[in-house]
Design a protein around this ligand. Structure first.
Ligand code: PMP
Length: 440
């Protein structure tokens, strides 16, 4: 391919080389240069690239049909994927609504919550409390829930301005509380917000169980999760877990919620659910929420491509791969190895202030001062500088600002769940070369 002016645009003009092919944890550009996919794209390619069993399942489906509109036909692929998804979900989460991406999964979760409230005679409930920082998607509804100023503020008058509470950033706290009490302190902020807004106006609370690109793999204290569940129950507020990034095994359990024994009321899935083979997502809820909506005349929502058989055949093969290859357990084991290796870097690089994560969603935070956690100057663009250096060295990563887009930097390492310890060492070798270049 040439570098002639392109008809295509995304966020900006795209200076990247042309992709040729992928294989396992590696990607190759058209010059033959090899890259380790250290961020699984954007935490998507969980089972690696060009998995032969997923490709075979897709080819078999292609030979039969690629599309049958869901109002005209059922398909075996979508029924089978819904069944498999329900089996893998915790608790009573067994009704599955397919979509084609993460923003769609979040929008669907909110509309499902709202329609359920109406069936219960609770029309006054419409506010969805979310957290700052957070990321829930770029459609206007999902963006309204997103706590990331540079993406959201320019569109402000077009959104409702949903209430937000701080996401727990315990690494910034300088109080004398125990981890346990800090978790409760942050959960209490939800209770206060609900009371301030008026409990009968609040429909739902949405959170990423482990922060994604907005916070850099931030995990809350254990006590936070159970207390949030209790507060939602106390006020009859639906708890939505946005597991678009954390779901489908990334953190070492199928849902991150399982680490804390939480069963949310509604879960949004995407990214690793289609694992880069197809655009696919799902909104999953229990029958007790879905059946009243169907009884009352139906869910007023749907996307044309949702649940198409080609996407579902791939999704089913992805879930089977997670199970038969033991990839979720591998994510848990390799995540511990990776976190240990990243912690080892702190000795050599004083600007690494905090290492965190769960399973294979890991990150470190750049700081100017480890004691105060003062961030590096915004103008330094530390996160994007290191991403570019690592890219040059053949390691692909994905990073953003940490503190709502206005300050702070993190660097995410989130390789495919198929990774081995030797391949983690390959990542670390390139990372050290890149950090040395960054520091110099
Ligand atoms: N929620 C979370 C937690 C995400 O990380 C993302 C994507 N980064 C989304 C929602 C939106 O997903 P999509 O880009 O597929 O619409």
């Amino acid at each position: 391919m040439t570098d002639a002016p392109s008809n295509l645009f995304y966020q900006s003009r795209n200076p990247r080389p042309f992709l040729d092919r992928g294989e396992g944890i590696y990607l190759f550009d058209q010059s033959g240069k090899r890259y380790i996919d250290g961020s699984s794209g954007a935490m998507v390619s969980n089972i690696g690239h060009s998995n032969p069993r997923v490709l075979a399942a897709m080819k078999a489906q292609m030979d039969r049909s690629t599309f049958g509109y869901r109002l005209h036909f059922r398909t075996e692929a979508s029924e089978a994927l819904a069944t498999k998804t329900a089996q893998m979900m915790p608790g009573d989460l067994d009704r599955v609504f397919f979509v084609s991406g993460g923003s769609e999964a979040v929008e669907s979760a909110v509309k499902l919550a709202r329609q359920y409230a109406i069936t219960q005679g609770q029309q006054s409930r419409w506010k969805v409390i979310s957290r700052f920082p957070s990321y829930h998607g770029c459609t206007l509804g999902a963006l309204d829930l997103t706590g990331y100023d540079p993406l959201a503020r320019p569109f402000d008058p077009m959104m409702r301005g949903m209430p937000k509470i701080p996401a727990p950033a315990t690494y910034l706290d300088r109080d004398n509380l125990t981890e346990h009490d800090r978790g409760l302190k942050y959960a209490e902020m939800l209770r206060e917000k609900i009371l301030a807004e008026g409990p009968d106006t609040v429909l739902a609370f949405i959170m990423e169980p482990v922060g994604g690109a907005s916070t850099g793999a931030l995990v809350a204290p254990d006590s936070y999760y159970g207390r949030i569940r209790e507060i939602c129950d106390e006020f009859g507020i639906l708890l939505i877990y946005d597991e678009v990034m954390t779901g489908a095994g990334r953190t070492g359990r199928f849902l991150a919620a399982e680490h804390w024994g939480i069963v949310p009321d509604i879960v949004a899935l995407s990214k690793g659910f289609g694992a880069g083979y197809v655009p696919l997502g799902a909104t999953v809820a229990p029958a007790r929420l879905v059946e009243p909506i169907l009884d009352a005349g139906g869910f007023l929502h749907g996307f044309t491509y949702a649940g198409n058989p080609l996407a579902c055949s791939a999704g089913l093969a992805v879930l089977e791969e997670l199970e038969t290859q033991g990839l979720i357990d591998n994510a848990a084991a390799m995540g511990e190895v990776l976190i240990g290796r990243l912690q080892g870097l702190m000795e050599r690089y004083p600007f690494i202030g905090d290492v965190r994560g769960k399973g294979l969603l890991t990150a470190f935070e750049f700081v100017a001062d480890r004691d105060t956690m003062e961030p590096l100057p915004v103008g330094l663009n530390a996160h994007s500088r290191l991403v570019e250096i690592a890219y040059e060295h053949g390691l692909i990563t994905y990073s953003r600002r940490t503190r709502g887009g206005v300050a702070g930097d993190h660097f995410l390492v989130a390789p495919p769940l198929i990774i081995s310890e030797a391949q983690i060492d390959e990542i670390m070798e390139i990372l050290v070369e890149s950090l040395d270049a960054f520091a110099s």
